[in-house]
Design a protein around this ligand. Structure first.
Ligand code: GAP
Length: 515
């Protein structure tokens, strides 16, 4: 675990050192849980967004996009339930004066018990070797059973307290399980209180009576309120979806773990409108489709898992998260929810406008049910960095840090490197770059030894380096070096583009999703 935390720290500092992510307002000592994307970060982020957008809008004829405003009429947030219920249960430690989310403290406690059980099983597996029967061991070992029982009891109480919105019970679980503050080490806790996560500001001049507006805490509501605009102008027929990418804002109290939990972040959300009664079938389809989208990146299926929700929101009839194995454990990257007709019905009630769809095939009007897929761009970005970051010792003892980014997402697709600056190699390299720059994000570099230049490209995840040497001037060939294997092959210049686009073209990744 300590080793993994170490890796996480390295990812954070690597991100800064190579221009992926900077703390916001750094020269003023930063602003909590707000980050800026640098010259490499913005490219990676744009590529992630393009992968998502194209997979939604190009691969599904019945999914279209919109871009709604961040400011919306404040009644929208009343209708959606955010004004009354978008709260976190908070608890303070009276000694350290630190504030925590009560639910997170309990979840961490449960995760610790899970860890204990897993370690016990791992130890036994080593001891018994090939004859080990894990299922039997979990069902019979007294220590495992004792921990499992403890976990199940707390878990049942926890799920009930959350479902009943019972803050006293949440506090009592923290007291009974003897959870201590990680800073002060004491159990001197306050009551649990609800804290609304929306940022509010004012629109218009105060003299006229300013309107209190919110910075949207999710992009989804912009889709719901435009549902009929899109349906009518786009002549969409249920089932159909509306996709949106945009900023969202939450006044997160426990804002930790770099870009995992931010106060300003970006979401990629898609609401899929279906005939009532068909929602669970569509939920299963989107669940599978979204997992395929993640796994197509090639980090390995074992890095992902579904986490079905214990606590279903009152309006949802199914919900799951797609989790990725971050250096700090499996964490949610995407949520998939079957939201019934809750949002559209609420907007109909609060706006007084009909939010129904006339189904020509059924010859009747109804409020469609909605399946939502909602993924954070920044969390996806972090999962990719975590999956890609790799320290290697090479033959001869030299080490390198390499970002094994999926080639399609890499900020720079290829580097053009003259072996030396003289003998006309720079000019030839420039000529090649001037041709290739129309097809790929290229970087030209002629400074330092070729070895050092390869290392710089490895560190930003550039999948290919094209090296121009003296032979190039004789036979019009270059070497292409592949980042992960470090293998080099000679290719004639007119073939370089074809060779590299076969590996870096988004089209090929999108095709995989339809197989
Ligand atoms: N419309 C549904 C919705 O917003 P959510 O589970 O609250 O659901 C969806 O958020 C996704 O947005 C999460 O899975 C996560 O990837 C991202 N997200 C949520 N809060 C975030 C935060 N504070 N910082 C970064 N990403 C966040």
């Amino acid at each position: 675990m300590a080793q993994q935390e170490d890796v996480f720290k390295k990812i954070v500092s690597h991100s800064k050192e190579y221009g992926f992510v900077f703390p916001s307002s750094e020269i003023y000592d930063g602003l909590g849980a707000v980050y800026d994307y640098g010259q490499m970060g913005v490219e990676l982020k744009n590529n992630i967004k393009k992968y998502w957008w194209d997979s939604m809008t190009l691969l599904h004829e019945n999914v279209v996009g919109i871009d709604s405003a961040i400011f919306m009429h404040p009644t929208i947030w009343k209708a959606s339930g955010h004004v009354d219920a978008f709260n976190d249960p908070l608890i303070d430690n009276k000694d350290s004066k630190k504030r925590y989310r009560a639910d997170v403290l309990i979840e961490e406690y449960l995760a610790k018990i899970d860890d204990k059980i897993d370690k016990e099983v791992e130890k036994a597996a080593k001891r018994f070797g090939e004859t080990f029967d894990e299922k039997m061991y979990r069902e019979t070992n007294p220590r495992v059973l004792e921990n499992q029982q403890k976990r199940d009891e707390v878990h049942t109480r926890f799920a009930k307290a959350l479902n009943d919105n019972n803050l006293e019970d949440l506090r009592q679980i923290i007291i009974d399980t003897e959870i201590v503050c990680p800073i002060s080490g004491t159990r001197n806790w306050t009551e649990v209180r609800q804290f609304n996560l929306m940022f509010a500001t004012e629109m218009g001049s105060t003299a006229d009576g300013a309107l209190k507006v919110y910075l949207r805490p999710e992009t989804a509501q912009g889709i719901f309120v435009n549902f009929l605009n899109v349906q009518k102008t786009g002549r969409m027929k249920v089932p159909f979806g509306i996709a949106q990418i945009g900023k969202a804002f939450r006044n997160e109290i426990v804002a930790r773990q770099f870009i995992f939990r931010m106060r300003e972040f970006e979401q990629m959300e898609m609401q899929f409108f279906v005939t009532p009664g068909e929602e669970l079938e569509w939920f299963a389809k989107w669940k599978a489709a979204r997992m395929k989208w993640h796994q197509a990146l090639g980090f390995g299926a074992e890095k992902y898992r579904f986490h079905d929700h214990d606590k279903l929101a009152h309006y949802a009839n199914a919900a799951t998260d797609i989790e990725f194995e971050m250096p700090f454990g499996f964490k949610e990257v995407e949520g998939i929810h079957s939201r019934t007709d809750f949002d559209l019905s609420q907007h109909e009630k609060f706006s007084g406008k009909k939010m129904q769809y006339f189904d020509p095939e059924l010859n009747k009007s109804y409020t469609p049910f909605v399946i939502e897929t909602s993924i954070g761009v920044d969390r996806m970005f972090l999962s990719i960095l975590a999956g890609a970051y790799c320290e290697e010792t090479l033959e001869g003892g030299e080490t390198r840090v390499v970002l094994r980014l999926p080639a399609v997402l890499a900020p720079v697709k290829l580097a053009v490197l003259p072996l030396v600056k003289k003998d006309g190699l720079s000019e030839k390299a420039r000529e090649i770059m001037d041709e290739l720059k129309f097809s790929f994000a290229c970087q030209y570099d002629e400074k330092d030894s070729i070895g050092k230049r390869y290392r710089r490209q490895d560190a930003i995840g550039t999948p290919y380096c094209v090296t121009i040497d003296h032979q190039t001037l004789e036979d019009n060939t270059v070497t292409i070096r592949e980042r992960d294997s470090m293998e080099q092959k000679r290719v004639s210049i007119p073939d370089v583009e074809k060779e590299i686009s076969a590996k870096t073209d988004l089209k090929n990744l999108l095709k995989k999703l339809t197989e």
